[in-house]
Design a binder for this molecule. Structure first.
Ligand code: ATR
Length: 285
């Protein structure tokens, strides 16, 4: 690491923060590009969030990445926000401007869109139907990603239907794809080009969603935004069914690009070497 007193400093705020991959992600790029700077993990209790935020602004930080449970609190403190942040009511990137203004962005949406573009091409879902499993915060970022990719229709399938209705009510006027609340998997999956899984089912030992993937068109794809494990139970079944798959690591790497750019002033590259380095880090956990 190359760091002098003039180095550019940014943070990653979370509680806990030790599980965050961001220091490893940014550390790889800082090293690769030989930048005088650092991304510092900051373990911040929820009740201390605004105090620490003011402190790091005063200390000259360029900004901070934000992870759980602070994404909504961060959104509330921003002066300006992008569409994805407003849609999700949450930000994962804070940029501190020299005039004291705080800009908030939600780069999960751009990260997911870029990951899908990279894997399947820029027109992979243009004008097509996509199934969105889940209706929480992560699902909202996925809706904005699909808007960016020009999807024709998003069929939202959620365990609690009222939450899917709520998501449609909030986002329908802000995005171009037609938002539909699906009533069952069979209806949602028929003719779909892509399935994006954004629920927490299958995490922390909970059982994964039990979906019959054979009803999907054979040329459709399945994407999971989870990156640990890299091959989730859903992706494993999709692969075994001969469908194309995208794991959550692509989204993770690409969501970091705008943050790095804002903090350190250089656009970093997402490369196979970066993926390998992050996979090694995940395996060592
Ligand atoms: P996040 O911000 O990560 O999206 P969240 O807002 O808590 O987290 O949303 C979690 C999503 O996973 C919701 O869509 C939730 O469904 P409900 O709205 O019905 O709660 C979904 N989810 C969590 N556990 C699930 C399970 N066991 N089966 C199906 N869906 C589940």
């Amino acid at each position: 690491m190359s760091l002098t007193g003039a180095g550019r400093i940014a943070g990653i705020m979370g509680w806990p923060v030790s599980q965050s991959v961001s220091p490893r992600l940014h550390g790889f790029w800082l090293e690769e590009l030989g930048i005088d700077g650092a991304l510092v993990p900051l373990a911040v209790k929820p009740e201390d969030f605004s105090t620490v935020l003011r402190g790091i602004m005063q200390a000259g930080f360029k900004g901070s990445s934000v992870t759980l449970p602070h994404k909504e609190a961060a959104f509330a403190l921003c002066h300006d926000c992008d569409l994805a942040a407003r849609a999700a009511g949450a930000v994962n990137l804070l940029i501190f401007h020299t005039n004291g203004r705080i800009e908030g962005r939600n780069t999960d949406a751009t990260g997911l869109a870029q990951s899908l573009r990279e894997k399947f091409g820029p027109d992979c879902v243009r004008g097509k139907a996509v199934v969105l499993l889940g209706a929480g915060g992560a699902s909202r970022a996925a809706v904005v990603a699909l808007h960016d990719l020009g999807a024709g229709e998003i069929r939202i399938l959620n365990r609690t239907r009222s939450r899917a209705d709520q998501l449609v009510a909030v986002l329908a006027a802000q995005v171009t794809p037609k938002l539909i609340v699906a009533t069952d998997w069979m209806q949602a999956a028929t003719g779909a080009a892509l399935v994006i899984h954004t629920t927490s089912a299958g995490m922390k030992g909970a059982p994964a969603l039990d979906l019959d993937l054979s009803v999907l068109p054979t040329d459709s794809a399945v994407c999971d935004i989870v990156y640990n494990p890299l091959e989730t139970p859903l992706l494993k079944r999709a692969r075994e069914a001969g469908l194309r798959t995208v794991d959550g690591l692509g989204m993770l790497m690409h969501q970091g690009v705008p943050a790095f750019e804002a903090f350190f002033g250089v656009t970093p590259k997402v490369t196979p070497a970066l993926r390998q380095y992050l996979e090694e880090g995940l395996r060592a956990r």
